[in-house]
Design a protein around this ligand. Structure first.
Ligand SMILES: [Zn+2]
Length: 324
C-alpha cells in the first residue's frame, strides 16, 4: 500500500513532467528503406546508450506502410515527438489501421495518441488484447525508461490486413510473448517481424517468453522465405539469403539453449545453477549476476537468462526424465 502511495505522489508528477519536458530530448529519424515503407525511429541519448549496450538495436521503431498502416506505436515517453512527426508527414490524414505486433509497452505505448489524431482501428492478436486493455503495473525501470501507457480501444486482428497496394498475412508467432504476430506480404516477401528477432543472441528474456514456441515460430517464418525483414527495434535486412541467415542464427541460438537445458537438467538443482551450466560464461558480469546476465543485474531479474531456461523446462521433451 505504501509503495502504491509513493508511486502516486512521486511518480505521477514526474511522469507528467516527462511527458511535457523529457529529461533527455527525443529526436525522430525518418527513413524509407523501400518504397511504401517509412521507418520512424524515436530515441534520445539514454535509449541510444542502453540500446548500444543491449546489442545494438533501437528502442521504439514504428513503421508506416503504404501511408495507411502503422505497425507498432512506440513507448509513451516518445509521444510528443511521434505526434509532431506524424503531423509533419501528413500521416494523420492517411492512417486507418494500427497493428500491435504484441502487447509490450514499447510497441503499444502510443495507441491512444494515434487514435486521437487519426481515425483508426487498432488491431492485435486476441491473446494480446487482455494485456493491452488491462495493462499490469510495470516494474520501476520500465516505467522510467518507457513511461506509462494510456489505454485505447483495440480489436482482434483477422487473418489478413489490407492497405491500398498490399495485402498482409497475419502470422501467429508466439515465443517472445503470447499473442505475438508478424505481418507478411507474400508478393513482396516483406516480413514485419515485431520482436521475433531483435538480436540473434539476446540471451535474457522476460517471464512471458517461451523458448519451444519461439523455435516453432522461427521455423514457420523461415519457410516463408522472406526477402525483407523489418524488425521492431530497427534492424532492417534485405535479401532472401541475408534474412534467412539472421533468422537461422536466432533459431540456432535458441536450439543450442534447448539442447544444453536437455543435457544439464537434472533434479536437485535450482534454476540459477542450471542457467549457469547452460550459459557457462565465466566473466565478471556472469559472476556479478550469478550467471543470469547483465540485463538481469540491472532489471532486478525481470529480464534474465533464467526465464528462457525455465521456459524450456515447461516442455516435456526437455524436462529431466522422471518428470516425463
Ligand atoms: Zn517485446
Amino acid at each position: 500500500m505504501l509503495s502504491k502511495w509513493m508511486r502516486f505522489l512521486l511518480w505521477q508528477p514526474f511522469a507528467l513532467m516527462c511527458r511535457r519536458f523529457p529529461l533527455w530530448p527525443f529526436r525522430a529519424t525518418i527513413t524509407e528503406p523501400v518504397e511504401h515503407v517509412t521507418c520512424i525511429r524515436i530515441d534520445n541519448l539514454l535509449t541510444r546508450l542502453l540500446s548500444r549496450f543491449g546489442g545494438g538495436y533501437d528502442y521504439a521503431v514504428c513503421y508506416l506502410v503504404d501511408g495507411s498502416l502503422v505497425i507498432d506505436t512506440g513507448f509513451p515517453w516518445a509521444r510528443r515527438r511521434l505526434k509532431k512527426t506524424l503531423l509533419e508527414i501528413g500521416a494523420d490524414r492517411t492512417v486507418t489501421t494500427v497493428v500491435n505486433t504484441h502487447y509490450h509497452e514499447d510497441h503499444t505505448g502510443n495507441n491512444d495518441l494515434i487514435a486521437q489524431i487519426c481515425k483508426v482501428q487498432i488491431l492485435a492478436h486476441s491473446d494480446s488484447i487482455p494485456e493491452i486493455r488491462f495493462p499490469g503495473e510495470l516494474p520501476w525501470y520500465r516505467s522510467f525508461l518507457f513511461g506509462p501507457s494510456k489505454i485505447a480501444e483495440i480489436a482482434p486482428i483477422g487473418s489478413t490486413v489490407d492497405t491500398k497496394h498490399l495485402r498482409f498475412e497475419v502470422i501467429h508467432t508466439p515465443g517472445h510473448c503470447p499473442g505475438h504476430v508478424c505481418l507478411f506480404e507474400p508478393k513482396k516477401k516483406w516480413l514485419f517481424s515485431g520482436d521475433l528477432y531483435i538480436a540473434a543472441d539476446l540471451d535474457s528474456q522476460l517471464r512471458d517468453a517461451d523458448g519451444p514456441q519461439w523455435i516453432s515460430s522461427l521455423e514457420s517464418v523461415l519457410r516463408l522465405k522472406p526477402a525483407w525483414m523489418f524488425d521492431a527495434h530497427g534492424s532492417i535486412f534485405a535479401g532472401e539469403e541475408v534474412v534467412e541467415k539472421q533468422l537461422q542464427r536466432k533459431l540456432d541460438f535458441l536450439v543450442t539453449i534447448r539442447e544444453r537445458v536437455k543435457q544439464h537438467a537434472t533434479h536437485g538443482q535450482t534454476t540459477q545453477q542450471l542457467t549457469r551450466k547452460v550459459f557457462d560464461r565465466r566473466d565478471l558480469v556472469g559472476w556479478l549476476s550469478f550467471g543470469d546476465g547483465w540485463l538481469s543485474l540491472i532489471t532486478g531479474s525481470d529480464f534474465s537468462r533464467g526465464n528462457i531456461v525455465k521456459s524450456f523446462l515447461r516442455n516435456a521433451d526437455t524436462r529431466p526424465d522422471s518428470e516425463n
